[in-house]
Design a protein around this ligand. Structure first.
Ligand SMILES: [Zn+2]
Length: 457
């Protein structure tokens, strides 16, 4: 009986050297590395024969878009794209207008295969390149792709795919935002029963990114601009072996925009509807003191969410107040601060505000100290409804916004702030939206492919 390698050898003598390289590889690793070019060539043969068969099927010619006459076949013409398996060629029928209209030739098989007229690389290669570029620099992504496709891939090519895919992602988002503006609510994302009963957490933060000052040139001094990032997640809790209760974010979704607070607001609201804000058993908005972000809360979320001011941020303000009040008398400042922090944690903020009010009115207080105390008072007073930490703790809600901030920072920090990195605004936007697609689980949809194996295969 012939074994598979003999069949291959007999049918495709051109594969002889590749087969020999496999047979002569000394180690398992060398064997598997040597078999990869062979696997690629075999894959190309299989795909090419399927395409050759399809090219033989009868073609239904569309009418000429200019004059309406039925197009006529001009015979078979070669087409090539670079795939993950290397260059793939096929011949397919092309047609032209019999009246001689000026048109590029028409290839119905390409349209059926969803190969665009000037496309030089196939979709799966672009998707893999974009997935790598979400995490590593373009040059590294190109090198890795080169290893597996057996062709040199240029960083510029990867960059080009990222621009195209990023633009698609942004256009889709814009369409959803436009629909939302007319009152059309997006469908909710399906949730597991386990997640559906968990509280929904909302929060946002700003992260700075280095942007090139001039379009089209890397010259000039870097300008830093703020990307506003929002996070939405279901809050799960579990008890560690040491008995500590730890909070975890499930179904984490991020939104982000290099733009103003209004742009963040519409994106947050869109995603909040998708994440079931109207049905969640509890919704919590967790944030530090940044005013713009609290305005988003006031304008969009008060009807649904409990607002929680980050406890550690609030405590920091208490310390500032104590330091101003007991100027230089460190022991007394520390004593008041520690008592106040304790009262804050246990829901006795009225007493703290009374203390601060009395301190502001004290005679002989230096003007700068009075101003600081006034600010601390105003800050806590403004957030009176967001300081009920004893109740939040009892409900199992986190008191700190650290989780929100680290989720926001991660999105930007990991890829956009490497040594010497600077971004054009559009280049940044395109890659940002690919990263969002990745973390939000919509990357495969964006490329209309399915790569993730299902759990039972
Ligand atoms: Zn015509």
């Amino acid at each position: 009986m012939l074994c598979l390698t003999d069949i291959i050898r007999d049918h495709e003598p051109s594969l002889q050297p590749l087969l020999r390289a496999v047979e002569e590889a000394p180690t398992l690793t060398a064997l598997l590395v040597a078999v990869w070019p062979l696997a690629r060539l075999l894959a190309i043969h299989v795909v090419a024969s399927v395409l050759a068969e399809r090219a033989q099927r009868p073609t239904s010619w569309p009418p000429c878009p200019l004059c309406g006459a039925g197009l006529e076949s001009k015979g078979l013409l070669k087409r090539q794209v670079i795939s993950l398996f290397g260059p793939l060629q096929w011949r397919r029928r092309v047609g032209r207008c019999p009246q001689g209209c000026h048109l590029p030739h028409v290839a119905p098989l390409d349209e059926e295969l969803e190969v665009r007229p000037h496309q030089r690389t196939s979709g799966e290669l672009q998707a893999l390149g974009c997935a790598l570029a979400v995490f590593v620099p373009f040059a590294t992504a190109a090198t890795l792709l080169g290893w597996y496709s057996g062709r040199l891939v240029s960083p510029q090519a990867v960059w080009g795919w990222v621009q195209a895919a990023g633009q698609r992602a942004m256009a889709t988002l814009q369409a959803h935002l436009d629909a939302l503006a007319t009152g059309a609510l997006p469908p909710e994302e399906p949730l597991t029963a386990e997640h559906a009963v968990m509280p929904l957490l909302l929060g946002a933060d700003g992260v700075m990114v280095p942007i090139r000052p001039e379009v089209g040139t890397p010259k000039g001094k870097t300008t830093w601009r703020e990307v506003k990032v929002g996070v939405l997640a279901r809050l799960g809790q579990h008890r560690t072996r040491a008995g500590q209760v730890v909070t975890h974010l499930h179904q984490r979704r991020l939104v982000a925009v290099l733009g103003n607070i209004e742009a963040l607001k519409s994106r947050l609201w869109l995603e909040a509807v998708r994440q079931g804000i109207t049905n969640a058993p509890r919704v919590v908005w967790l944030s530090d003191g940044a005013r713009g972000l609290w305005r988003v809360f006031e304008e969009c979320f008060t009807a649904y969410a409990t607002g929680v001011l980050d406890f550690y941020h609030a405590a920091q303000h208490l310390w500032k107040g104590a330091a101003a009040w007991f100027d230089g008398r460190t022991t007394q400042a520390r004593r008041w601060f520690e008592a106040a922090r304790h009262r804050l944690r246990h829901g006795q903020d009225d007493g703290i505000l009374a203390d601060l009010a009395a301190a502001v009115d004290m005679e002989g207080l230096p003007a700068t100290a009075r101003a600081t105390l006034h600010k601390v008072y105003a800050y806590l007073d403004q957030h009176r409804d967001h300081l009920d930490y004893a109740a939040y703790k009892a409900l199992g809600l986190p008191l700190g916004s650290g989780m929100v901030e680290s989720a926001c920072k991660w999105l930007i920090q990991q890829r956009f702030k490497g040594v010497g990195m600077r971004w054009s605004e559009t280049g940044f936007d395109h890659l940002l939206h690919l990263r969002l697609a990745w973390v939000n689980g919509s990357f495969e949809t964006l490329f209309q492919i399915r790569l993730q194996p299902s759990p039972n295969t």
